[in-house]
Design a protein around this ligand. Structure first.
Ligand SMILES: *[C@@H]1O[C@H](CO)[C@@H](O)[C@H](O)[C@H]1NC(C)=O
Ligand SMILES: *[C@@H]1O[C@H](CO)[C@@H](O)[C@H](O)[C@H]1NC(C)=O
Ligand SMILES: *[C@@H]1O[C@H](CO)[C@@H](O)[C@H](O)[C@H]1NC(C)=O
Ligand SMILES: *[C@@H]1O[C@H](CO)[C@@H](O)[C@H](O)[C@H]1NC(C)=O
Length: 426
């Protein structure tokens, strides 16, 4: 506590000092701009390195195996590790190409985007005897196709020069129809696995995860809005509502459940694997569809997380029934959480800064930038709405990556509620 107070005082003094004596803020700003350019160029190079090697050694299969320069059809192999049922001439779904479409647009490569769209339009086929994971196929394939369709038809971009006739949307619709079989359960909660050609297979497992049932609404909702066919959104919404109705009196959910009975299997959960995207989708669904219902669910779920999973700057797992801590572990999938908190402009013990630093006294910005440049924070997430960075506590110090407890760093971000969003009372 005392240490925390003196750290606050030191920071305050530094701020006062730099506000009055502001040595070289503009020089630092230009160094920061140069650093950003350099990082941007690095990302571009990394993208093309990965993309071009995928095209050279793996396309049209799903993914590149970089060490052997070979490929894997990961979308279907995930559900069929013994490769028993895959057709002999199965060449995958060009998964990496689908996932790269929006990156190509962001990098401004409309020529390659156009080529990719044309290839997919002519060659992608979902009528294959392959068992795939509904969640993975949704976020990667359906999400990839729907977002690329939106980019291709965005009237502010002249991406495809008239050659685009909604082919990606037709593909997305074809896939969405295949998904619908998964929702044919007594609870409306979808099976975790489907066969693209034959629907749900005999004796399919009824076990699935919270993410598996609760991370479908963005893609399927968007598909309904684009096609005018309400079935996709209805199915995803029914599943989400059912899942939400299974929360405990503490507003907590478990990690795995049975889609036939609607009973929980694993009562312990956190914000990592098996659950993570459930929270993310609630908030983003509110933004995308503007429905209060999603905000209300998110609001309650978020408060319960902060109350039962958070311990200082860390998040552990807890039993949904009692709120008692179960597993004290930190996992990589939790890394999205500060990004989500930044989007709702709520800062707990996370070290977060945003708004391109524009709204803070320059001195504070200066200290933060110095902190970043010196410690080379490695887990930085880009906000999807504007260029925000989120630090999540893994720092490279003396060449070694370490998890660091940043709770001594005082809060520097004053929450400002997004206009129109009901405030989140803690
Ligand atoms: C997969 O690729 C092989 C080799 O290029 C080709 O002979 C076969 O027709 C392809 N399969 C399909 C379903 O297109
Ligand atoms: C677009 O992508 C292709 C394929 O990777 C590459 O050959 C080309 O140079 C890229 N164009 C631009 C403008 O970056
Ligand atoms: C499904 O389970 C039943 C009962 O255990 C079994 O008789 C049948 O062979 C199974 N079917 C398949 C396709 O595995
Ligand atoms: C991090 O530091 C704070 C302040 O010293 C402390 O209260 C908290 O327990 C620490 N958390 C962990 C996980 O060590």
């Amino acid at each position: 506590m005392i240490a925390e107070k003196s750290a606050t005082w030191i920071l305050l003094l530094l701020v006062i000092f730099s506000v009055f004596f502001d040595p070289s803020v503009s020089q630092l700003d230009s160094r920061w701009a140069a650093k950003k350019r350099q990082m941007r160029e690095k990302v571009r190079k990394m993208f093309y390195h990965a993309y071009e090697n995928y095209i050279a050694h793996a396309f049209p299969h799903d993914e590149l195996k970089p060490l052997t320069k070979s490929f894997t059809d990961s979308l279907s192999e995930l559900g069929n590790l013994k490769l028993e049922h895959l057709p002999q001439d199965y060449n995958g779904s060009a998964l990496t190409l689908i996932e790269s479409l929006s990156s190509l647009v962001i990098l401004g490569n409309y020529t390659e985007f156009g080529r990719a769209v044309l290839w997919l339009s002519e060659n992608l086929n979902f009528d294959v005897d392959a068992r795939v994971n509904l969640f993975e196929c949704n976020i990667r394939v359906l999400g990839g196709l729907v977002s690329a369709h939106l980019l291709a038809t965005d009237s502010t971009n002249r991406l495809l020069q008239g050659s685009y006739n909604n082919q990606l949307l037709y593909l997305a619709e074809d896939l969405g129809q295949r998904f619908l079989f998964a929702f044919d359960t007594p609870t409306g909660l979808p099976y975790a696995w489907i066969n693209l050609k034959y629907g749900v297979m005999e004796n399919e497992t009824t076990e699935t995860s919270t993410s598996g049932c609760g991370s479908l609404i963005l893609e399927m909702g968007a598909l309904s809005q684009l096609t005018g066919d309400p079935r996709y959104e209805s199915a995803a919404l029914r599943a989400l509502r059912k899942l939400w109705s299974m929360r405990s009196s503490l507003n907590l959910l478990g990690t795995t459940l049975d889609v036939a009975t609607g009973e929980w299997i694993e009562h312990s959960s956190g914000i990592g694997a098996g659950v993570d995207s459930f929270y993310e989708y609630l908030y983003k669904a509110h933004i995308l569809f503007g429905k209060e219902e999603f905000w209300r669910m998110f609001h309650s779920a978020y408060l319960a997380v902060q109350k039962y999973f958070r311990h200082g700057p860390w998040y552990h797992e807890a039993d949904m029934r009692t709120g008692k801590a179960t597993y004290w572990q930190l996992t990589s999938l939790q890394a999205f959480w500060p990004g989500l908190q930044l989007q709702i402009h709520h800062i707990g013990n996370s070290f977060i800064f945003g708004r391109s630093m524009g709204c803070y006294p320059k001195g504070i910005c200066w200290i933060i930038k110095q902190y970043i440049l010196q410690r080379s924070i490695i887990h930085c997430a880009l906000n999807w709405q504007s260029p925000h960075f989120t630090c999540i506590k893994q720092l490279k110090i003396h060449g070694i990556y370490k998890w660091v407890n940043l709770s001594l760093i005082p809060l520097i971000y004053t929450p400002k509620w997004k206009e129109g969003l009901p405030a989140l009372e803690m």
